[in-house]
Design a protein around this ligand. Structure first.
Ligand code: FPP
Length: 247
C-alpha cells in the first residue's frame, strides 16, 4: 500500500515546512556544478507542491534561500536567482490551475529587482486561489525575523501605543512574517543533516522534526507522504503526559 493511502485524512498537518538540502551533493555525484543540483531541485518542488495539494495541506513553506546563502559564490547566487525567476514564470499557470496561492517570507527588499517583480506578478496572479498556500522563504532567517519584530514592537512602545505588559506570545506572533498562518506541525529536512539552520525558530516550538537522508533533488511527493505517515504515528504531548492525553 502506498503511504498516501495509509494517511488519516482528519490528521493531515495544516502546515508543513521543508529545509530543502543536498542539491550541491546531488550534483557532485554526477561530477556536475552545484547549480545543476538546484535545477533538478525544482522537479522536487513541483512534485511536493502537487502532493501537498492532493492531501489537503493548507500551508507548505519551503526554505529556498537563507540570509546566510548570500555569502555563497556570486555565480551560485546569480544562478539561484535566475532559476527562481524561471521557475515562477514556468509554473505560475499550473499553480493557478491547481488553486495554489503564493506567499513570501523574508527580507524581500534585499532580492534583485527582477526577482521581486516576478514574485509580485505571481502572487497577484494566484491571489484568487483558495487551496494550498505555497510559502517561499527567501532571504529569510529566523533571527532576522525576530529582530525585525522586536524593533517594530519597541517602536510601538516608544510611541506610547503599546504597554510592555501587553507583549505576549500572541502579540509576538502578529509581528512575525508568518502572522497569517498556523505554526508548522511538521518540519522536514533532507540530506541527512540534523540542524534547523535559522529556520522558523519561534514557529517550530512544538513541531515534529523529520530528517531524511534523501538529497533534495531525489525527494518526491511519496517521500512527503511517508514523512506525514511518520508524523501521524507520533504522540504529540505539548508538555502533557501520555496519561493526560488518553483521558
Ligand atoms: C540547499 O542545498 C538548497 C538551496 C540553498 C536552494 C534551494 C533551491 C531550489 C530547490 C531551487 C529553486 C526553488 C524554488 C522554490 C523554485 P545545498 O546547495 O546547500 O546542497 P549541499 O548541502 O549538498 O551543498
Amino acid at each position: 500500500m502506498m503511504f498516501k493511502d495509509k494517511l488519516i485524512k482528519e490528521r493531515i498537518p495544516k502546515h508543513v515546512a521543508i529545509i530543502m538540502d543536498g542539491n550541491g551533493r546531488w550534483a557532485a555525484q554526477f561530477g556536475n556544478e552545484r547549480s545543476f543540483g538546484h535545477e533538478h531541485g525544482v522537479e522536487a518542488v513541483r512534485s511536493v507542491v502537487e502532493g501537498a495539494g492532493e492531501i489537503g495541506i493548507d500551508f507548505l513553506t519551503l526554505y529556498a534561500f537563507s540570509t546566510e546563502n548570500w555569502s555563497r559564490p556570486k555565480e551560485e547566487v546569480d544562478a539561484l536567482m535566475g532559476l527562481l525567476v524561471q521557475a515562477i514564470s514556468d509554473e505560475t499557470d499550473e499553480l493557478k490551475k491547481s488553486n495554489v496561492r503564493l506567499q513570501v517570507i523574508g527580507d524581500v527588499k534585499s532580492l534583485p529587482d527582477n526577482v521581486q517583480e516576478k514574485l509580485a506578478w505571481s502572487i497577484d496572479k494566484l491571489s484568487g486561489s483558495t487551496g494550498l498556500t505555497l510559502v517561499l522563504a527567501l532571504s529569510y532567517s529566523s533571527k532576522w525575523e525576530i529582530v525585525e519584530a522586536v524593533k517594530r514592537i519597541a517602536e510601538q512602545v516608544k510611541l506610547g501605543k503599546l504597554e510592555p505588559s501587553e507583549i505576549d506570545y500572541d502579540l509576538m506572533n502578529c509581528y512575525l512574517n508568518t502572522s497569517e498562518m498556523p505554526d508548522p506541525e511538521l518540519l522536514i529536512r533532507t540530506s541527512g543533516e540534523c540542524r534547523i539552520s535559522n529556520f522558523l525558530l519561534w514557529q517550530i516550538a512544538y513541531a515534529e522534526l523529520y530528517f531524511t537522508p534523501k538529497l533534495w533533488p531525489d525527494f518526491r511527493k511519496e517521500d512527503l507522504f511517508e514523512a506525514i505517515f511518520d508524523f501521524q504515528n507520533r504522540e504529540r504531548r505539548f508538555g502533557k503526559t501520555s496519561q493526560q492525553l488518553v483521558s
